[in-house]
Design a protein around this ligand. Sequence first.
Ligand code: IPM
Ligand code: MN
Length: 362
Amino acid sequence: MKYDIAVLPGDGIGPEVVAEAARVLQAVGRRYGHKFALHYGYVGGASIDRYGEALTKDTLKLCKKCHAVLLGAVGGPKWDDPLGKVRPEDGLLALRKELKLFANLRPVKVLPMLANHTTLKPEVVRGVDLLVVRELTGGLYFGRPKRRWQTSRGRRAVDTMSYSEMEIERILRVGFELARRRKKKLTSVDKANVLESSRLWRQIATELGPQYPDIQLEHQLVDSCSMRLIQRPTEFDVIVTENTFGDILTDEASMLAGSMGMLPSASLAGIPKKSNSIFGLYEPIHGSSPKRAGLNMANPIATILSSALMLRYSLGLKKEAESIEKAVNKVLNDGYRTYEIMSDDMTKVGTREMGDLIASRV
Ligand code: IPM
Ligand code: MN
């Protein structure tokens, strides 16, 4: 079977980590007899430099024609001017919005061989296996008004956190459905003691609860959730939350796994079903890390694991997805590490070598 995949490497380390994921995908194709046709396009700063905009109509069209999108990262100091008209991040946000990718899944699994390699105590992180479901096309990121202006008493700016019932309900349902396939516990995270949008969120979560009697639903305020994430992270199963809270909590949660370089994500246009495939965009949760770009240092595992999620959710290739995940485990068990997860007695490798090692084990 032939699968069309739009590949948007982006900026910084994006192209390097995406190249390794592409090589791993091709290895999976050879091993299982699939053809993955990779269609390359520009997004973010790379697109600004070429076309003056962070996402072109052509790139968007390309994505819509494909079964899934694989993305590296966007952004960098070159395009960071606070007064700049276009920003690389706008390209990513427009992609998410245009492709209606409202459900962002960020699994955080602590692999046993990395449990010692975190800033937290190994006994705190050992066994962590949680999933953050982040709302991705609403909230502060997209709410209007959103602008900056000059007043007679200085400058002023506004962002708006706004949610409709439909937006809240559909993302909560993703949380409930995925909890059903896991340990059946759902933590709905909000700031209902202060924010009106959070009070609506909590109300809708409470109303939906009885429709999922098998799921243990709890509510938690985002500030206390951030504390509990490093205090007793093994208590979590599925966390569902709005866009900005999810952005912040998942960077924090990545430290449980030892490195941002380990965490994949899937952004989906609907509730993932067991049988049907669903369109999605797959990207590591880390950024473009401009300082490490071009040095063959970056950890490609987050992107490689993102391609595994792509096989699972968008292409319906479960055993192929597992073969990638197992290959990553094997390589780590064999003692290979990129610089940021390096520890004594391990073998330090670069981006390219890590990709090779994983590709050779799928
Ligand atoms: C992420 C990133 C993006 C976000 C940026 C690059 C716009 O931090 O995917 O978590 O804030 O969503
Ligand atoms: Mn982020």
